[in-house]
Ligand binder design. Structure first.
Ligand SMILES: Cc1ncc(COP(=O)(O)O)c(C=O)c1O
Ligand SMILES: N[C@@H](CCCC[NH3+])C(=O)O
Length: 421
């Protein structure tokens, strides 16, 4: 069920015409659908119905406080990777026992804050980190629940920059070393081993790499239990991919993913944790932008938008494809023409699409980038002193600005001038 559809010729987010939001908020902006966020969260929750489980939304995908509060109120746990994300989860009302802390470089301060505020578990990624958490927990007189993230050396068959489960990646410990590392953890009095963690990459469009990794985790569960460890929880990470084009063959659904988890791990009696990010937020958000100029070049036409790589970096960073559609529905049968769709930033990489077939567009027209809800606003910057892109949340026929566009004065006044100037 798509909540970004044309109604009476106007693109709507749920029941709100996107052009109305643009008139009030200005462009560019991100716009999220509450119904889609909740629907996607519930798909995962239902996919694991009957198994003891927690869906820990990976907030790195989209971490606006209003999005987190929406999901927290629906019962979501959270996967966090920094002290800042931990603070956001707590501020959104997520209880500590539903927060898992991932990431290769947790600092002592971050560990202390999570131990003081409550944490379900730390997913540890190295032995040095294990030693440090043991010290921090011991000094605080507490015991930290931990899993170890294993690197199963599986090819996730995704973009190289977002694959994490091959031995050359920085993530986790080699699975072959897991028994020794768990023995080390068991000797540390400040740690309590509760399970195993794995995450092999993002935007996976095939279940097979997950299956291979989870099979290795099942074998490891049995081996570690034989060694005397209590393995009650399996954190299976995130990574399920989304369709970025409508013509794409459809990636597996959460229900199919859940069925595969049951097949591979259902007989182990473990509580299952999953950390989906992109699938929950990706197709719950669009980025809306306006055509500033249509410029004809040597044999090609450029649509110059007011949105740029600083607002949505995925095309520049990963050659990612986003469908771009006009906010006013084009007439059926209108002849499409190829455009290079670019932003105003002073880099050639500030190109969203080359030779993209679009209906004819002119200055002032609005366009929407689909599938932009995940790794969109969170990766935005103020490069070229372009104000950080605002965010809007829609709920049925209402919308609210959930992060306002900063003014130039606010941006300038964040800097301070030293006394000698
Ligand atoms: C440890 C961990 N968990 C969960 C996720 C979320 O991944 P995705 O957004 O692909 O579901 C990531 C990012 O890839 C991650 O690094
Ligand atoms: N930022 C990446 C995903 C990274 C996943 C991080 N765990 C993207 O836009 O596709």
């Amino acid at each position: 069920m798509d909540h970004f559809l044309y109604k009476d010729g106007a693109l709507c987010a749920e029941n709100v015409p996107v052009a109305e939001i643009a008139a009030q908020v200005g462009t560019p902006f991100y716009c999220y659908s509450t119904a889609t966020l909740l629907r996607h969260f519930r798909l995962f929750d239902e996919a694991l119905a009957g198994i003891d489980h927690v869906v820990c939304y990976a907030m790195k995908a989209a971490s606006n406080q209003a999005i987190l509060t929406t999901l927290a109120q629906a019962g979501a746990g959270m996967d966090v990777v920094s002290g800042g994300e931990y603070a956001r989860a707590i501020a959104a009302g997520v209880p500590g026992e539903k927060i898992v802390f991932s990431g290769v470089g947790k600092t002592r301060e971050e560990m202390r804050a999570a131990l003081a505020g409550g944490i379900r578990q730390f997913n540890l990624e190295s032995e040095p980190e294990m030693e440090v958490l043991n010290e921090v927990a011991t000094a605080m007189g507490v015991v930290a629940p931990v899993t170890v993230r294993v690197n199963p050396d599986v090819d996730a068959k995704t973009h190289a920059k977002i694959a994490t489960g091959k031995s050359e990646n920085k993530f986790g410990i080699p699975i072959a070393r897991a028994r020794a590392v768990y023995a080390h953890a068991a000797r540390l009095p400040g740690l309590k081993v509760v399970g195993i963690d794995v995450h092999i990459g993002s935007q996976l469009t095939d279940l097979e790499p997950f299956r291979q990794a989870y099979r290795k985790v099942a074998d490891l569960t049995r081996a570690l239990r034989t060694d005397g460890h209590v393995i009650d929880r399996l954190d299976l990470g995130g990574g399920l991919g989304i369709p970025y084009t409508r013509s794409n063959e459809a990636p597996p659904l959460p229900a199919e993913y859940g069925a595969m988890i049951r097949e591979e791990l259902g007989d182990l009696g473990c509580e299952i944790e999953i950390e989906p990010g992109r699938l929950i937020a990706g197709n719950a958000g669009i980025m809306v932008s306006k055509v500033i100029y249509m410029k004809s070049g040597e044999g090609r036409d450029f649509l110059i938008l007011d949105g740029a790589m600083n607002d949505l970096v995925r095309p520049a960073m990963y050659e990612a494809h986003h469908d771009i559609i006009p906010v006013i529905e084009p007439d059926a049968g209108v002849e499409q023409r190829p455009y290079d769709i670019v932003g105003p930033v002073c880099e050639s990489g500030d190109t969203f699409a080359k030779q993209r077939m679009m209906p004819p567009l002119v200055a002032g027209d609005l366009v929407a980038f689909r599938s932009a809800g995940a790794y969109g606003a969170v990766m935005a910057s103020e490069y070229n002193t372009r104000p950080l892109v605002p965010e809007v949340l829609v709920h049925e026929d209402q919308f609210a600005v959930i992060r306002a566009r900063p003014t130039f004065d606010e941006m300038i006044n964040r800097d301070t001038i030293p006394a000698w100037l």
